[in-house]
Design a protein around this ligand. Sequence first.
Ligand SMILES: [Zn+2]
Length: 505
Amino acid sequence: MLVMILFICPGPVNGQKKTDEGYLGKAELNKPKKTAFDYLNNPETVDNYGHISDSIWSFAELGMQEFRSSAILIRTLENEGFTVEKGLAGMPTCFVATWGSGKPSIGILGEYDALPMISQKALTPVKSPVVEGGPGHGCGHNLMGTAGIAAAIAVKRSMEEHKIPGTIVFFGSPAEETVTSRPFMVKAGLFNDIDAVIDNHASTGFGTGYGVDGTAIISAIFTFKGKTAHSAGAPWSGRSALDGVELMNVSTNFLREHLFYTYRMHYVITEGGEAPNVVPDKASVWYYVRNTDERLEEMFERVKDCARGAALASGTTLDTIRVITAIHQKHSNKGLAETIQRNIELVGMPVWSEKENEFAKALQKELKQKEKGYADSVNPLRKPPVTQVGGGSTDVGEVTLVAPTATLNFPGGVPGMTGHHWSAVASYYGSAAWKGLNAGAKVMAGTAIDLFTNPDLLKKIREEFAAYSKDHPYKSFLPEGTKPPVEFNKELMDKFRAALNDVEN
Ligand SMILES: [Zn+2]
């Protein structure tokens, strides 16, 4: 472990001009908020959560295999008096931690899964894996689960001290990188009594936004069955399942021309036979079919038609279409995003040390980016994009349709780094990442306290949500009976776990 010297931002530092569009002014620093911030500002607290985040970074557990990562978060919450229900919605690493009782009920989301293949040594500005080919935290989820529990605990302490009624709930959400857990968590009714949800994501900037963005997605594995034969001796008596897969891919690639431009579509062949001289009798291809909420199901039907046509042409059968997950676009609540923004203005950008900026500049140099160090001012409130042009997906989208939700992006990453890449893994560790985590926790705690202590604000947010829900009623895209893919990443994680444990960072 690297031991880092820590410097905590003493107060708001805000480089943003008040005339900027999107500037909403600062949230009030009332007594309950001060209690929460005092707790989070305490050097011991900063150290504690920093080490939790760095530990999760070191475990680098892939989605559905986050056993040690969830355990450390659960232990911390239980030590603070939270009631934790584990193994929820059919997923061993999914949990919900609750403190308090009655209304309002405010939720905070947190993730903790890593990404495959991008292992990298912490704070090292050149590519250098901890374990060759191993997993790494290239999306900062180590910071996010930790920031979420830090905020929940800070809020609980404030509620206790100031006798604020209500319930604070932390949602431990596995496998975000495969956008898997939330549709099952929503289906299990975990968000049924929640009045508003604060989501968080690590970033290079400090900001939030509202409206619809990203793409909805159906993730599905198509498996073809054929007949083995000697590929040279009697190929005529075989039927290649791989032909089925290949013809399906040819068809979907022709389909692209006639899809509305909001789509994204990509696949990997997960199973394609063992040897060229045996006609493969089984082959599978894993598709991500993405589009807007409105166009997703129709597009998926057309992709299924491509699979059916390929089976017919290759003389194989389309054995199964296994839907892994299916999620909506993100529909963020404006009133909640504005509340988060006001708290961002209150907390302000952390102050980065010279040593931290030295690392950032070295990494920027290596990546051929502008050598400017960490970001020095917060972002204005982000408006929804005017035109929907595709892009990534998050299963937070699912939550946004069952409760008013908005996402806080907190800093700590190096501007110019690439997400899901070794450069992001290198950044999401140590003192600068800790400062980002801490600033993020403060904004979430401040936002939650505003919702607990200002009934009119929460009412307005709920009214916005109710009006929106009328036009966008929730309906799961998951086929009836779909089970979460809990076996995912087990083999990979079993392979790397011992090697990762042996390494000193
Ligand atoms: Zn992420």
